[in-house]
Ligand binder design. Structure first.
Ligand SMILES: Nc1nc2c(c(=O)[nH]1)N[C@H]1C(S)=C(S)[C@@H](COP(=O)(O)OP(=O)(O)OC[C@H]3O[C@@H](n4cnc5c(=O)[nH]c(N)nc54)[C@H](O)[C@@H]3O)O[C@H]1N2
Ligand SMILES: Nc1nc2c(c(=O)[nH]1)N[C@H]1C(S)=C(S)[C@@H](COP(=O)(O)OP(=O)(O)OC[C@H]3O[C@@H](n4cnc5c(=O)[nH]c(N)nc54)[C@H](O)[C@@H]3O)O[C@H]1N2
Ligand code: SF4
Ligand SMILES: [Mo]
Length: 680
């Protein structure tokens, strides 16, 4: 067979959504590379997805349906036919649905961000069934709601124009690790004279390479942003005309900001007063100034308020007037996805099922039937997610999944920590084997993914599996017959040129160069809402404020250290942990700790340590690499438990407490103690 190349899209939960070119020889993918024709990708992929062929043809791929043969969680399975698996699953789900379909819960997130394999036929299936809905909150809802209540949507600068900025604040983001193609743009700006400032409790690879690093305490970003406003007012570095014409609630915000002199913020943030003053001066006086905000700031109690406070800054200085000024957290709101066409909510037929928050799955799997909760969860269908590894408070998640009376189906590529608890594992195709169409949250191009190789073994696409299950359940609405390629076409209706997608693999959205240069915010008032009536109506603070963490470190003698758990660079959440070549780069599960905190506990570099709190205990190795600030430890995520020490990972320690907005997780709002177990 000749060598061919096929155009695709990276499926992963990453702002960059790269355009891929897969080289195929004899039916095997031999290479996955970046498409040089796509400007954002620029022909370059990260180390992870450069290994995508290795992942796809991995010896551990699940290639047939598997049925549990041992106790729950033992990981013992035997191959069965698709026919046997589908018949049994349909029968089990049907029996539960006959009593109350809300006892069935789908559990999925962004293992693939594809609109087809992530949010189309699956939703149709569960809507038709009347299953409980899932609140897909595990990543970005606090920041997302905050943006909606401030700017009017998940919208912001066009990422390419950061190259022209003269000051870039990289706020709550390790771009080199998790937004590599943005970092290329920031480097361009730096070469052209821009100053780069990083705001992060961890001295990341990115922080090291910026001109300045503000290493604040986790969960104190709103205090810093309010102090910046204080100084913008004091120095009168305000764009009064922009404020008058395009913002709402300036007088109230002004009063709030005046409560935050830099001295007060320095105390709260654990920063030097001069550093805050200098940043305010730079931000007030440099034009154009751009903020690359990322989701790292909003995984704490006050995450929504923090994003709101930061998102107010560009309106105060009028930074939005310039295409290289303003802010970008997410661009996903610019994509006109036709979710009604894809997901068919009308299949609910007037039913209004409850919504279960995916963050609290640990508690919710352990709840009995009650009037407040509704029916006990009897069946869980997991796809595109690995909750045992990634959901907070994993001791509870595991306890729930170990229930003998819970029926669990997992659609997967690999036998993850979650798949170990399944009754059935169904083999899913990877991105190289199926059709899909994508949005992006770090740029504004639509991407198409064509299959490059045939499904491996007996794997089927998620959409195909739900189509098959629908047929077994007797769901005969015509929408269940739509093919994956048809679903790709439905995702954007006629708004995006599908032929262009077929021809070149990507298509730009029409999105203005400077979206808020003339105001025009899609909020109820049409202005940037410093004051939000919608938040007031929910009984929340209508102005951005500093909301302290749920778990303030130093306030507990038992657990005096704050822990954050940002991603390890060579893993993507828990994906890729099972690739030996990438695991070799990461080495072993690590806890970064400041030398003073280590010395106080008799911990030396490389020592095996136990990190613990009331929720659980995590074993890993101490890293004294200069990245942790005093009082804060960094437990790099997200290892598979079974590939870590003692079957643990960092989410043994994190809590199910929620954010101020969006009912999101608080992974970086966590208190722990650390103890040496053994010296290296
Ligand atoms: N290599 C890699 N890339 C990824 C991911 C991955 O796991 N690995 N994950 C992907 C996903 S799911 C997402 S959502 C995106 C974006 O995911 P993000 O979570 O935005 O990714 P990071 O860039 O690591 O940003 C987190 C940064 O925030 C810092 N941080 C923690 N707490 C605070 C705080 O209170 N304040 C401030 N200012 N900073 C804080 C952390 O130290 C870390 O450097 O990245 C995606 N890209
Ligand atoms: N402590 C801590 N925990 C965190 C975070 C953190 O920073 N710290 N980050 C959080 C964030 S931001 C996020 S987004 C979540 C992410 O959590 P998840 O969305 O669960 O992400 P992954 O761990 O990558 O798991 C995705 C799974 O989907 C599978 N998959 C991929 N493609 C397909 C497909 O086409 N079909 C099927 N059936 N399966 C597929 C992969 O094999 C993988 O096992 O984790 C969160 N958890
Ligand atoms: S940088 Fe992000 S989008 Fe690009 S290949 Fe890597 S994971 Fe995929
Ligand atoms: Mo995420």
């Amino acid at each position: 067979m000749p060598t061919t190349t096929v155009r695709g899209a990276c499926p992963h939960d990453c702002p960059d959504t790269c355009a891929l070119i897969t080289t195929v020889e004899n039916g095997r993918a031999v290479r996955v590379q970046g498409n040089p024709a796509h400007a954002q990708t620029g022909g370059v992929l990260c180390a992870k997805v450069s290994r995508y062929a290795e992942r796809t043809h991995h010896a551990d791929r699940i290639l047939t349906p598997l049925k549990r043969t041992g106790p729950k969680g033992s990981g013992q399975f035997a191959p069965v036919s698709w026919d046997e698996a589908l018949t049994d699953i349909a029968q089990r789900l049907g029996a539960i649905a006959a009593r109350d379909p809300q006892a069935i819960l789908p559990y999925s997130y962004a293992g693939t961000m594809g609109l087809v394999q992530g949010e189309s036929m699956d939703r149709r299936f569960f809507h038709r069934l009347g299953a409980s809905l899932l609140g897909r909150t595990i990543c970005s809802t606090a920041g997302g709601e905050a943006l909606v209540h401030t700017l009017g949507g998940k919208l912001g600068m066009k990422v390419e124009f950061f190259a022209e900025a003269k000051l870039i604040l990289i706020w709550g983001s390790n771009s080199i690790g998790s937004n590599l193609h943005f970092w290329r743009i920031a480097q361009q700006a730096k070469r052209d004279g821009a100053r780069l400032v990083c705001i992060d409790p961890r001295r990341t690879e990115t922080a090291e390479k910026c001109h300045e690093h503000l290493q604040l305490r986790p969960g104190t970003d709103a205090a810093l942003a309010l102090a910046l406003m204080h100084e913008l007012i004091a120095g009168d570095w305000l764009d009064h005309d922009y404020i008058d014409r395009h913002t709402l609630g300036w007088e109230q915000l002004r009063a709030r900001a005046l409560e935050w002199p830099p001295e007060r913020a320095a105390e709260a943030c654990g920063l030097d007063v001069e550093q805050i003053r200098r940043l305010a001066r730079d931000y007030g006086q440099t034009k154009p100034a751009a903020i690359r905000l990322n989701y790292g700031v909003q995984r704490v109690h006050g995450g929504g308020n923090a994003v709101r406070a930061v998102a107010c800054l560009p309106a105060l200085t009028g930074a939005w007037r310039h295409r290289a000024g303003g802010l970008l957290l997410s661009s996903s709101g610019a994509f006109p996805v036709d979710r009604v066409a894809l997901q068919r909510p009308e299949l609910l037929a007037g039913r209004n099922p409850r919504t279960i928050n995916m963050v609290t799955i640990g508690d919710d799997l352990l709840r009995e039937t009650s009037p407040e909760f509704g029916p006990k969860i009897e069946a869980l269908v997991v796809y595109n997610s690995n909750p045992v590894a990634v959901a907070p408070d994993s001791p509870k998640v595991v306890q729930g999944l170990a229930r003998e009376d819970l029926f669990t189906v997992v659609l997967e590529h690999f036998q993850t920590d979650t798949a170990d608890y399944a009754d059935y594992i169904l083999p899913a195709t990877t991105q190289l084997e199926h059709w899909d169409v994508h949005l992006a949250y770090g740029h504004t191009d639509v991407l198409l993914n064509r299959p490059a190789i045939a499904p491996q073994g007996q794997a089927r696409s998620n959409a195909q599996i739900f189509r098959d299950l629908a047929a077994r359940m007797g769901f005969n609405e015509p929408c269940f017959a739509d093919t994956d390629e048809t679903l790709c076409r439905q995702a954007y209706g006629g708004v995006v040129d599908f032929q262009l997608l077929l021809d070149q693999g990507f298509a730009p959205l029409p999105w203005p160069e400077a979206p808020f240069a003339e105001g025009g915010f899609p909020t109820p008032s049409g202005r940037c809402e410093f004051f939000s009536q919608r938040l007031a109506d929910q009984g929340l603070d209508p102005l951005p404020g500093h909301v302290p963490n749920h778990e303030v470190a130093g306030e507990s003698a038992l657990y005096p250290l704050a822990m954050i758990s940002p991603p390890a660079r060579n893993f993507l959440n828990s994906s890729f942990v099972n690739l030996q070549s990438l695991r070799d780069i990461e080495g072993r599960p690590l806890l970064e700790i400041h030398p003073e905190d280590a010395a106080a506990r008799g911990i030396v570099a490389g020592a095996l340590v136990r990190v613990f709190n009331d929720r659980g205990s995590y074993e890993c190795h101490a890293a004294l690499n200069g990245r942790a600030r005093p009082g804060v430890v960094n437990g790099l995520g997200v290892w598979w438990r079974k590939l870590g020490h003692g079957g643990t990972n960092v989410n043994e320690l994190t809590s199910q407490a929620l954010t101020d907005m969006g009912a999101g997780p608080t992974f970086y709002d966590c208190r722990v103690q650390v103890q040496a177990l053994a010296t290296p």
